[in-house]
Design a protein around this ligand. Sequence first.
Ligand code: MV4
Length: 446
Amino acid sequence: MFKKILIANRGEIALRILRTCKELGIPTVAVYSEVDRDSLHVVFADEAVCIGPAPSNQSYLKIPSILSAAQITGADAIHPGYGFLAENAEFSEICADSNIKFIGPSPDSIRKMGDKAFAKETMKKVGVPVVSGSAGVVNDVDEAKKIAAEIGYPVMLKASAGGGGKGMRIVLEESEIEKAFQTAGNEAGAAFSNSALYMEKYVENPRHIEIQVLCDQHGNFYHYGERDCSIQRRHQKLIEESPSPFITNAVRTKMGEAALLGVRSVNYEGAGTIEFLVDKHQNFYFIEMNTRIQVEHPVTEMVRNLDLIKNQILIAAGREIEDKPLDSRGHAIEFRINAEDPDHNFRPSPGQIEYLHFPGGFGVRIDSHVYTDYVVPPNYDSLIAKMIIWGTDRKHAIARARRAFEEFQVEGIKTTIPFHKKVLENEKFINGDFDTSFIDKHININ
Ligand code: MV4
C-alpha cells in the first residue's frame, strides 16, 4: 500500500479523499493556495504545503509545484480528485516518470478518451450504440454539409477536444452550417487549442444518464449502475440521482453491459463514467467517457453501499477491487449547494458564511469543507456542499430531502438551496417526468 498520498485538489473533494485515506491508515498531504489556508482539507491532513497564490494556474494547476510538494513530503501517490489536473494526460505521465503513482487511469487512456471523436469511434467499433454522425472529425464545411444531408437536420457540431458542452452548436438547416462550423471551430480553438469538430444527429430533449465503472489491473471490470443527471443548467449539473426514474430494468441492464463492453475494449484501469444520452423511447447512445471520479459519485456510493475512493486507491496500488457490485438498494439524490444566487441567473455569491447549520439524521449525508465564518473565495468553482439523501424509495428520498432542507441554514451568502426547495415541490420532478430541458421549462428563475 502507499506510504503517503498527496491530494492535488481543494474543497469538498479534497476532504472526501482525505477521509478515506484516514480510514485506510494512509498518511496524507494537503496542498493549498494562499486563500485556502483555513480550509478543512488543510486542517485535517497530516501535512500541508502551500503551493502558491489563489489563481489556479499558479497553484492547483501548477504541475512543478505539486510535484515538488510530493517530493518534499515523500508522498508516493497523488490523488487528483476532479477538475484541475484530473484529466491531464501530461500530468499523469510526469507522475509516472517521477515514480509517483497517479491514482487514475493511464496517460494513454486519458488521452484517448479526451479525444471525443476518437472515443466515439472506439466505442462504436466494439458495438456500443452511438448517435449517428461523422466518422471521426469533420475536416471542412463541404464535408459537414455532405454528412448533415446524409443524417438529416437538425445536427450538432461538437468540439473533439471538448466535452461538457463547450464548443457545441445546434444546426437546424443547411443555411446555418457554414457560420456554425466557423464559430464552433473558433470557440474550440480558443478553449482547447484544438479546433477539430465532429458531427452528430441532434437528439431532442435527451436525458443524461451515466454508468459508473471500476476496473482493476487483474481483469476485473465492474459497473455499479446508473446516475440520472438530467437536472442541469447550462451544462452544470444541479441534481443527480440513482436509480433513474425513467429507464426500465431491461434498458438499465443493457446500458451497464454496453459500458463494460466499452471499458474492456480499451483495457481501462481505475474509476470511470460512461455518459449516455437517452431519448424518449429509451434508446441510449454513448457520448463521452469521463476518466476521473465525479462530483456525483456519492449517489452511487449510497445505493450500492461502497467507497469508490477506497477502490480507486486499491486499484492504483495493484490490489483487487474489494467492493463487488451488489443490487441497488433504495434511492439516493444529490443536491449541489453552490455559492450562487438562483434569483440572479445563478451569479456567483462568494464571501463570508455568517452562520451555517447542516441538516442531519438518518439518510442525510453532507460532503462539505465549509463552516461558520468560512470565506468562500471567488477564485474557484462555487460548490460549497453536497447533500446526498438516501431513502427506501424515490418518494421517501424526496420527503426526506424536503425535511433536510428545512433544517439547512446558510447566512451571509446566497446559495442554490431555494432552487432545490422549488424543484422538490415541482410535480414533474416528483413524478420523475423530466429531461435536460426541465429547468428552462419548469423552474422560474430570473
Ligand atoms: C447532444 C444533445 C443532443 N444531441 N448530442 C451537452 C453536453 C455534452 N456532454 C453533450 N450534450 C448534448 N449532446 C446530440 N447528438 C444534447 C446535449 C445537451 C445536454 C446533454 C446532457 C445534459 C444536458 C444537456 C443540455 C443541453 C444539451
